[in-house]
Design a protein around this ligand. Structure first.
Ligand SMILES: NC(=O)c1ccc[n+]([C@@H]2O[C@H](COP(=O)([O-])OP(=O)(O)OC[C@H]3O[C@@H](n4cnc5c(N)ncnc54)[C@H](OP(=O)(O)O)[C@@H]3O)[C@@H](O)[C@H]2O)c1
Length: 293
């Protein structure tokens, strides 16, 4: 999909952490990129969505819209289904009607974490939570709505613009006291800027089907917190490892949900960079933004 000046990408859920990064990245290839926040286009409002897509006639739709509060999804299952499953289908149907492909973003939480090794695209999902179930349903609905789909599963996102694990560790560390962090959940921390670039590379190669993308390597939440504190010069803050059942969360999370990114690497000719390197970049960029040098 090499760009002519008039090419238009419509980014749904553009007010979110990934939506902002994707909009910024895609604007280079699609100068006519249109970002739509929830207030501008609600994916659960099929008629409004269809009308907007009909009006814009985009060359690409990227669905970053989701109800991402994992514990909230257990309480408000209806909202999880409407946004993550039906909303995803609405976006895919609107793209199909406009004759353009859809890039849809999904999650490692479609897996139960019992494999004990990174999950590939061929591994069968078996979600443990309402969030995971609604996202898996969304994947299937997108795939059924149009063959012109690219579904990218990712994991443990952090970046500017929204509360996330990395920022919350730094904020809690500044408040003082001991931080209690689970050490029995493993995954692949992923910088949202790296994911946005990966989506761009996949779009340029007209990739279709299902692809996993996450920064390389895996660690526990506890090890990620240690890395955040160390890179942020706050290694003196006391960390206490706890088990998931001591954390008092509502939704069940997969214990080991790292993603195998071999398919991405073979499509692009290069694999993702290690999570430690991406984390340093984020924290350095964030310090510069805050004027901290
Ligand atoms: N964050 C992670 O760790 C993670 C991990 C794996 C996969 N993912 C996936 O990555 C994608 C992006 O997530 P994110 O981290 O960027 O989450 P986010 O910051 O919560 O962004 C999601 C955006 O979707 C919007 N949205 C919610 N309901 C909507 C609706 N009905 N219509 C239109 N927009 C709606 C939200 O708006 P409001 O804020 O106004 O509700 C928000 O701006 C999602 O598909 C998510 O499932 C995330």
């Amino acid at each position: 999909m090499s760009g002519s000046p008039s090419r238009v990408a419509l980014v749904l859920g553009a007010g979110g952490m990934l939506g902002r990064a994707v909009t910024e990245t895609l604007e280079r290839a699609f100068p006519g990129t249109v970002s739509a926040t929830r207030w501008e286009v609600d994916v659960t409002d099929r008629f409004r969505l269809d009308a907007e897509v009909e009006r814009l006639r985009p060359d690409l739709v990227v669905n970053c819209a989701a109800y991402t509060d994992v514990d909230g999804c257990e309480i408000d299952r209806d909202r999880a289904r409407r946004v993550n499953a039906e909303g995803a289908e609405n976006a895919a149907r609107a793209a199909a009607a406009a004759g353009c492909p859809i890039v849809h973003v999904s999650t490692d939480f479609v897996f139960d974490g019992r494999k004990g090794a990174p999950y590939s695209e061929d591994d069968p999902p078996s979600p443990l939570s309402e969030y995971g179930r609604s996202k898996y349903d969304g994947e299937r609905r997108v795939a059924a709505a149009t063959p012109e789909h690219l579904i990218v599963r990712t994991s443990w996102l952090y970046g500017p613009g929204r509360g996330n694990f990395v920022d919350s560790i730094r904020a809690r560390a500044r408040n003082g006291g001991t931080l209690r962090v689970v050490d029995d959940q493993f995954g692949s921390p992923t910088y949202v800027a790296d994911l946005a670039r990966a989506l761009h590379h996949l779009v340029l190669r007209n990739a279709r089907g299902l692809v996993h993308f996450a920064n390389a390597g895996a660690c526990s939440r506890y090890a990620l917190a240690q890395a955040v504190l160390s890179v942020s010069g706050m290694s003196h803050v006391r960390l206490e490892p706890i088990r998931t059942d001591e954390a008092g969360r509502i939704a069940i999370r997969p214990a080991y949900a790292a993603l195998d990114t071999s398919r991405y690497a073979s499509l692009i000719g290069e694999g993702p960079r290690p999570w430690e390197e991406a984390l340093r970049d984020y924290l350095d960029a964030d310090r510069s933004r805050a004027g901290g040098g």
